[in-house]
Write a protein that binds this ligand. Structure first.
Ligand code: SF4
Length: 365
């Protein structure tokens, strides 16, 4: 049994989906998450058992709305989508071909997707849209199956991932957090399709780093398409996936007997004593940031831990980076009011904090 299997113990492995893989790029500095994801731990089940369930998952209303919007965009052989893609990517009207890969049996979908993508590259003669293709991505030695909404193949030989989301674009603006999450998810598909092209012996860079984001516009359900550049998300994702395949350095720092095993009973529910599991999870270093609240199942557990430690992480990534090296709020306050001496390397931040504290006092008096 390798070390990652030992970390998971008797708990069944949780397969990764695109949303989970995308979230890896949200907090690349967190060892706890890298280890738990690398081992395929069900973080949602762990968080529930620890007494810190995270309210993730869309409401039934949001899911219904999302499905209805996707059906509208894809109705009549993606007619509405093709209209937008013609404008955005210059797909030629006469040569558009539409393939719904979902019509193929589930076990054949990946093979069928490979065949269609290979043919598109070799023939290079059609603007083509693929609905429900199935890609794979290797995550720390395990195969994840991924299903982007649509892939568009542009005349001229470029593939574009199309993501259909139901959050609204109002007066040309959308919720930045929702757009960032959609970009991270689309980047996962870009990476998977690039991997497939490389396997087929084609140039992976035929997959564009510009993805097409389709959202409802203003308060009507009329779809609007925008190009989003996901190069930054791709770079972070690549780094994080590499980190997960080379977890040895992180594993070396852990006690030999550390395991996140939930010890599921016959009914599949965890039976491991909660305090023991909590100690095990704390054994892997976290890097909490408020963004975790929208991206990681363990967010409430890690936030509680950060609060108990008075960690400066709670103030957000920007403040944490500005404070570089000062780990707790107590330490920050001590340096600011001079009751604490600066350790080696903290001289500059201590000077800035003392200045800030002096200015604050001047303003208050
Ligand atoms: S919630 Fe915890 S485990 Fe998850 S990314 Fe944040 S710090 Fe890491």
């Amino acid at each position: 049994m390798n070390r990652l299997d030992a970390l998971r113990g008797t708990t069944p492995q949780k397969p990764h989906d695109a949303r989970a893989i995308a979230a890896l790029a949200a907090n690349p500095g967190c060892s706890r998450r890298a280890l738990m994801d690398g081992a395929g731990i069900d973080k949602d089940a762990a968080a529930r058992h620890l007494g810190f369930p995270a309210p993730f998952g869309q409401s039934p209303f949001a899911i219904t709305r999302g499905n209805a919007f996707e059906a509208l965009v894809k109705a009549d052989g993606c007619a509405e989508l093709l209209r937008m893609l013609r404008d955005l990517l210059g797909l030629p009207i006469a040569e558009v071909a539409y393939h719904d890969v979902e019509n193929v049996g589930a076990h054949l979908r990946h093979t069928h997707t490979r065949t269609l993508i290979d043919r598109a590259v070799r023939q290079e003669d059609a603007g083509t849209v693929y609905d429900h293709p199935l890609f794979t991505l290797d995550i720390a030695g395990h195969t994840a199956y991924l299903e982007p909404d649509v892939v568009a193949f542009q005349l001229g030989g470029r593939f574009h991932i199309v993501e259909i989301k139901s959050f609204a674009v109002i007066d040309g603006q959308a919720d930045p957090a929702a757009v960032a999450a959609a970009a991270r998810q689309a980047a996962v598909y870009v990476l998977a399709l690039r991997g497939l092209l490389a396997e087929l012996g084609h140039d992976p860079l035929r997959v564009s780093h510009e993805v097409v984001l389709v959202c409802p516009e203003n308060f009507a359900n009329r779809p609007v398409a925008t190009l989003v550049d996901v190069r930054r998300e791709l770079a972070v994702l690549r780094r994080q996936l590499t980190r997960m395949t080379t977890l040895d350095r992180l594993l070396d720092g852990l006690p030999d007997d550390l395991t996140f095993d939930l010890l599921p009973g016959e009914d599949g529910l965890p039976t491991r004593p909660v305090a023991e599991l909590a100690d095990a999870v704390r054994g892997a270093a976290a890097r909490y940031a408020p963004d975790c609240l929208s991206t990681c199942d363990l967010c409430f557990f890690c936030r509680d831990e950060a609060r108990q430690e008075g960690a400066s992480d709670l103030l957000g990534r920007h403040v944490r980076d500005e404070l570089g090296g000062v780990a707790s709020v107590g330490e920050v306050l001590g340096l600011a009011d001079g009751t604490r001496d600066a350790a080696a390397g903290q001289e500059e931040i201590a000077r800035l904090l003392r200045n800030a504290e002096r200015l604050r006092r001047e303003c208050l008096t």
